[in-house]
Design a protein. Structure first.
Length: 336
């Protein structure tokens, strides 16, 4: 008589994490292994000829990227943002932002001429640049090698859309208060033709054709975003406050929270990759150097619109970026 087959252990809800004793967090449960294009055991991303254009795209720009890890599945967003927490967080943040707009209703009519010029040539046209950021972030999420990367990039993508909406709302309010200023009508012309905007325009257009996933991530999340946000958020806010426009300063402080959250997970991802493979330091430095030149040129071009010297604007942005990168590469320096 044959012995009865041993009972198989019943799979638990979180068996996808392997033989783990710790109960995964809600963030991990709803994020883990959700990318259809990173499924294990597949010869290609799409269920079609491995040499199809889509499969060759992922093979070339993700699987063969110089930016690699033994596994990307162990990366975690430091803020552990999932859909429910993101909606709750941004509902609260939007309430605060709306409160600022309501508190300063009617204040635009008393803006000084220099501040109105800054708003009309720097702030309101910036929605085109931020929309470019949003498109580049969407690509990072799409081609990302893990659902944890895709998730973080997806919420950063939503943050950029919120920023575009905020700029558009403020643009309309300024247009109503100052119909003779051209605000609300000339933004596209300024974005496409004003000499001050052309280096920034070139930078984001080049970022949108940085197809390698590691370079796409580096160009936007490690260089262009942190550098230009220093000018368009921090420095713009400080100048606005000095010009008596506290509304713009407060709005900048709120929008900075989204940028800071993006910087946290992006820096954590870079540090994770360096810990996984120290060889990632070489391509990261190469890309950072390449894109820093474009970022600095963009800041230098926009500085006159803010009414400050190019040297001052670039120095501030470089300092902010250098501090950010120092934290990222600190681990790699200790290992070497």
């Amino acid at each position: 008589m044959n012995a009865p087959a041993p009972r198989q252990r019943k799979l638990r809800t979180f068996s996808a994490f392997g033989d783990v004793r710790r109960l995964p967090s809600e963030y991990e449960i709803v994020t883990h292994a959700q990318n259809w294009n990173t499924r294990s055991g597949k010869s290609s991303v799409f269920e079609q000829n491995p040499s199809s254009p889509g499969n060759l795209w992922f093979l070339t720009y993700r699987e063969n990227s110089p930016f690699q890890a033994d596994t990307w599945e162990d990366f975690r967003d430091p803020d552990q943002i999932a859909y429910r927490s993101y909606v709750n967080l941004q509902a609260s943040e939007q309430t605060k932002l709306d409160g600022v707009l309501e508190s300063y209703a009617g204040a635009d009519s008393s803006l000084s001429a220099p501040q109105l010029e800054i708003l009309g040539t720097l702030f309101t046209p910036s929605r085109f640049l931020v929309h470019g950021f949003q498109q580049a972030e969407a690509y990072v999420g799409f081609i990302g090698p893990s659902s944890y990367v895709t998730s973080a990039a997806g919420y950063a993508n939503a943050d950029f859309l919120r920023r575009v909406t905020t700029i558009a709302y403020r643009t309309r309010a300024l247009q109503i208060a100052h119909p003779e200023s051209g605000i609300g009508d000339r933004e596209r012309e300024i974005w496409e033709q004003h000499p001050a905007w052309q280096p920034a325009r070139e930078a984001i257009e080049r970022a949108l054709i940085a197809y390698d996933w590691g370079e796409a991530f580096t160009s936007l999340n490690l260089v262009l975003g942190p550098t230009l946000d220093d000018l368009l958020i921090r420095q713009f806010g400080e100048v606005s406050r000095a010009n008596g426009d506290e509304q713009s300063w407060l709005l900048s402080n709120h929008l900075a929270e989204d940028s800071n959250r993006r910087n946290r997970w992006s820096g954590a991802l870079a540090k994770y990759a360096l810990a996984q493979r120290p060889s990632n330091e070489a391509p990261l430095h190469k890309w950072i150097n390449r894109w820093s030149e474009l970022a600095d040129a963009a800041v230098e071009g926009l500085a006159p619109l803010l009414g400050i010297s190019a040297a001052e604007a670039v120095a501030g942005a470089r300092t902010s970026r250098a501090q950010y990168h120092q934290d990222i590469f600190e681990m790699a320096e200790k290992v070497s």
